[in-house]
Write a protein of this length. Structure first.
Length: 714
């Protein structure tokens, strides 16, 4: 077996990809065992043929597949059409045109008595298509199914071949017939030496002179001509005739089919191999406006294992992927679906093309990059965004014309990240980036009455997001501890209810009732310090409003002593903590089990303040309070800290409250520690940061005089 590398058959542009498929399709007629595969960017044939055998086949044996579109103006069947190619083929004595001539005669018979002054429209056009398909030989149906799908008396047009075999005024079938006259060797219009040079160029990328001035349509943007297409001001559209012929032959592998998505669609919907709606993400060549005006996207598979044409044809016939139970509708669904599968029938790479408006109202197949699919599917964290139809609803809302630019921008950023991260094992910074972006979306929707009406809040994400985002930094640990704040006695008090106007009991937006919102929602603050103080005061006030028996400052996670110490000394982590806190509040924070390795220490004055607001149940668990004992919140302590110049008075207030509650500090009142070098307002903000259990235990043994033994409460 020989490996014949087709240097002229590359994965881009689209014309070249289709040309490669066309070569395999046609050669398989002569040898059904011939195989083809993609090696990097080139198509390779594995065959008993030599290079010269391949060239000889196309020059001497190739019989063109009949391609005709009598329903189109410009197809050669109407009064004002260019009929030269059609009539030359009908009058040819070359046996390779025998089937073509038969099909042209069938078409003439079907159109007998029709008005030929213009092509038919509407139902008349559909009726002609149905009649022609019913009468054509089996060999021609590949072309029909690639160019038009007839179902329940209606016609639908796959985007690869325009709107029924034409692109604007360019009819592909007539152009194909004209190019056949250019390349077939027994044609007096095409000298044998020139057609061979063109063929060698098409297959092996060897230079050849005298390209034809002819349109290639949407398939090769670099050959459409026009302004700035050459060294001068303007260029004609130049092409190799063999490129167009083999491209059309390859397009026939992409036959459309009618499939049912659910029981209410008895007639089926258009399903075209590896074709989805365009999305303005995942490529710098696509913007939001592009996706609105695009015909769609084509995701062309690049397979690396040699395959016969029958296998390739089966791949194309089944080239419809599903996301969950739903067919992939757009490019974002598609990329997520193929990554979820791990690979699609052995295909690990897709070349993405967007059929975008780039030449007036004409579309061009713009390459949008390659997508590599992992061999093994990764844990589908991103799929959690599909809960409650959140992702669908948000993208739909953000696509409306009247939504603010801010929301449109957030949609673009989200789709770009979903493209980038689909199928990947997210690194901590990538998971954090996603959580921070979701926080921005949630906060922006919270300010939009239309957004809250049309889009539910971001669904509650699993603890797997927390594990994926954990980078082991103090900022993350503090944000995680804050996000883990919960309620007491059956009263849920999640942090997200303070950051966004959502119900603390369910993942729903709160009503517009100002009193209901004001009870929980703190709104957005510029500075983290102010936001934490606001949340602390809100939770302490809710202790009374909800008649709670303890301070609702318990968390599933805790920060270390060094973490809180760094927070007290500097605000350099604030921006990161605030961003992460908002994202992690959307997650289920797991309960920490492993012991801490933190060996740090906190200022003694702050420790007294911290124990004054520590929940009683934690102090009982540590063994410093009996079951009947209670440390009430020191009256005025928080206000004294916020007063600016009364920080040390707040420490005194805390000392007295702890002493009165039976927790005698080891430091006597006369040696009361001071908040030296610590901003009292920052100390107030730090009080809401939950500490790890073992960190609190060490602080307690260093802060209080031993009590009578009663043991920790389990």
């Amino acid at each position: 077996m020989n490996d014949v590398v087709l240097q002229g058959c590359t994965s881009t542009p689209l014309a070249s990809y289709l040309k490669a498929v066309g070569v395999l399709r046609l050669l398989s007629r002569k040898d059904s065992t011939i195989r083809g595969y993609w090696d990097a960017d080139r198509f390779v044939l594995r065959t008993t043929f030599q290079r010269d055998d391949v060239v000889k086949f196309f020059l001497e044996e190739y019989a063109p597949t009949p391609v005709l579109a009598p329903w189109n103006g410009g197809s050669g069947f109407y009064e004002k059409d260019n009929k030269k190619a059609l009539e030359t083929i009908r009058g040819s004595t070359d046996p390779r045109f025998h089937l073509y001539q038969q099909c042209l005669n069938i078409a003439e018979g079907a159109m007998q008595g029709m008005d030929r002054s213009a092509s038919p429209k509407g139902q008349e056009k559909t009726n002609l298509q149905m009649l022609l398909r019913s009468q054509m030989p089996e060999e021609v149906l590949h072309w029909f199914d690639a160019v038009v799908l007839l179902t329940a008396g209606t016609a639908k047009y796959p985007p690869l071949l325009g709107t029924g075999g034409n692109d604007g005024h360019l009819d592909f079938s007539n152009n194909y017939m004209q190019r056949l006259l250019d390349v077939l060797v027994d044609n007096p219009y095409a000298p044998k030496s020139k057609t061979k040079q063109w063929l060698v160029m098409a297959l092996f990328a060897e230079p050849a002179p005298g390209m034809k001035k002819s349109a290639i349509g949407q398939f090769s943007p670099g050959h459409v001509g026009g302004p700035n297409a050459t060294t001068g001001f303007k260029s004609h559209s130049l092409m190799n005739p063999w490129d167009f012929v083999l491209m059309i032959e390859g397009a026939m592998a992409f036959a459309a089919a009618a499939v049912r998505r659910h029981a209410n669609e008895p007639s089926g919907v258009l399903s075209y191999p590896f074709t989805v709606e365009a999305v303005g993400a995942g490529s710098g060549a696509v913007g939001p406006e592009d996706s609105k005006n695009a015909r769609g996207e084509l995701w062309m598979p690049l397979w690396s294992q040699p395959a016969i044409y029958a296998e390739v044809q089966a791949l194309m016939a089944e080239g419809r992927v599903v996301l969950g139970r739903q067919p992939a509708r757009d490019a974002l669904d598609f990329v997520r679906a193929v990554h979820r599968l791990g690979a699609y029938r052995g295909v690990h790479t897709f070349q993405r093309f967007g059929l975008l408006k780039r030449s007036g109202d004409n579309c061009l197949a713009v390459p949008l990059g390659r997508v590599e699919v992992n061999e093994k599917p990764q844990e589908p964290l991103l799929d959690e965004l599909d809960r409650e139809l959140w992702l669908v609803e948000f993208r739909r809302f953000a696509s409306k014309n009247n939504v603010p630019i801010r929301i449109q921008s957030l949609r673009k950023r989200l789709e770009d990240r979903l493209f980038e991260f689909s199928g990947k094992q997210l690194r901590p910074l990538e998971a954090q980036e996603m959580l921070i972006l979701l926080r921005e979306i949630q906060a922006t929707l919270a300010l939009s009455s239309k957004g809250r009406k049309d889009v539910p809040p971001v669904p509650k994400l699993s603890h797997r997001w927390v594990a994926a985002a954990d980078d082991g930094t103090p900022a993350f640990r503090i944000a995680k501890a804050l996000a883990g704040l919960r309620g007491l006695e059956g009263e849920p008090m999640p942090l997200r209810a303070h950051l966004y106007p959502v119900s603390p009991r369910s993942n729903e937006w709160l009503t517009s009732d100002a009193q209901q919102q004001g009870r929980w929602y703190c709104g957005q603050k510029k500075r983290l310090q102010d936001q934490l103080v606001d949340i602390l005061q809100r939770r302490l006030r809710l202790t009374k409003d909800l008649n709670l028996s303890d301070k609702p400052l318990i968390s599933s996670a805790g920060a270390g002593l060094d973490d809180v110490g760094a927070f007290l000394r500097s605000s350099h982590m604030d921006e990161r903590i605030q961003a992460l806190m908002g994202g992690l509040s959307l997650c289920d924070i797991p309960r920490e089990e492993s012991p801490s390795t933190d060996g740090g220490a906190l200022p003694a004055a702050f420790v007294l303040l911290k124990f004054a607001v520590t929940p009683d149940r934690i102090l009982r668990r540590l063994g410093w309070l009996h079951d009947h004992e209670h440390v009430a919140l020191p009256t005025g302590m928080i206000e004294q800290l916020l007063g600016g110049n009364h920080g040390n008075r707040a420490v005194l207030t805390a000392w007295r409250r702890l002493h009165a509650s039976g927790l005698t500090p080891v430091v006597p009142l006369r040696d009361l520690p001071l908040l030296a070098g610590i901003d009292p307002r920052r100390a107030a903000a730090a009080l809401i940061i939950p500490l790890r259990y073992d960190a609190l235990a060490r602080c307690a043994w260093q802060t209080f005089q031993p009590r009578e033994p009663h043991g920790p409460v389990s």
